[in-house]
Design a binder for this molecule. Sequence first.
Ligand SMILES: Cc1ncc(COP(=O)(O)O)c(C=O)c1O
Length: 430
Amino acid sequence: MPKNHIGPDAILQKKSEYLIPCVYHFYKRPMQIVRGEMQYLYDHTGKQYLDFYGGVSVMNAGHGNPEIVEKICEQVRTLQHTTTIYLTQPIVDLAERLAHITPWPLKRSFFCASGSEANEGAALLAQLYTNKHKFVAVQQGLHGRTKLTMNLTGLQMWRTDPNPLSDVIHIPGAYCYRCAYELTYPLCNLKCAGFLEDVVKSGDFAAFIIEPIQGNGGIITPPPQYFTVIREILDKYHVLLIADEVQTGFGRTGEMFALEHWDVVPDIMTMAKALANGSPIGAFITNDKIASSYTRPGASTTGGNPVSATAALATIDVIEKYQLVQKAKDLGNYLKDKLLEIKQKHSLIGDIRGKGLMVGIELVKEDKIPAIKEIDYILEDLKNHGVLAGKTGVSRNVLTFQPPLVITRNDIDRVIEVLDKILLSTEKRP
Ligand SMILES: Cc1ncc(COP(=O)(O)O)c(C=O)c1O
């Protein structure tokens, strides 16, 4: 082991002594990750891993992408931080760029340091604009870890707040594989979307916040027309639509932003994660009219600082130059086709869903019982075979692939081959 790498045991020891215990990690036998190169990560022993989780949908342009790293380094050497009390150029260049790549009349941005902060700011903006105070969100959603965003979060696992707010109502998401109403699309008439009307008709609601595809919820992908119904209801009751694109943005789903698949326009959109390919950043963007309601001072100390803004600009350059949005679409279709092929052989695969390179495989036993123990074997075995994947879902039984968008068909073939073998051996386990 190189002497500057202390190794997993020493890290675990320090972690247990110095980190707040809420910081959890994957794997029974975790490795120390020391280096990344595009779709690959390397551990302290030099072992290579094909990263099919991308740091939870962050590294869309690949680990250590040289075209991004160069620009970050140049910016760090030149000017790192000033705050927005002084004028700098990268923040306005980035805002202009976002206004151009968002296909809607979304034009004015506010920059901060994380997805939670972006959602918190978006919620505040919705309250300022509507003069209303309540929010609706979906039961399978995750929106952050601040007081309000943890309350907007529906997933129980991430709702640690011992004193929950009463201003947030959660409705069932469009989880067709396990429909809350035991109905089937399209005969269901989108009852789950329609239920929103029962909630918002009281008139107290500022906004409905939703991830177009609920990532942590298990890559829950609403059917066609879902967002059209949602938009109509929200317009009827003057409630804003906040699209949380923190996990789905920047090409991940085969469109620059996931809501484009449904051709519906949000009032406010939030971004983070892949926006700067691993540099801490968050942002929300809205139209002129809504933006004009937020005039009192607002700031986030490191929000839109020259380094994160430069990293984001360089990331968008790479996404466009290498057509990563189209690549995500094509490779995502290829990956799904291959998964559907192996599904025939494996009773553990209950459902395959998602768009582009945001794919969830819900693992189940008989009668759709969540395969909770099995997914842990599979994740560990995949890791031992040099493949990293994620785990999401209400019951934490959804094997999740969100690789950097720079992967190849060969990478997909390799993952499928390994997964096929591991599923077979898992199905044989007592
Ligand atoms: C959809 C979504 N929104 C918000 C967040 C919170 O972002 P952050 O961890 O950057 O605060 C996350 C994080 O996982 C997320 O997946």
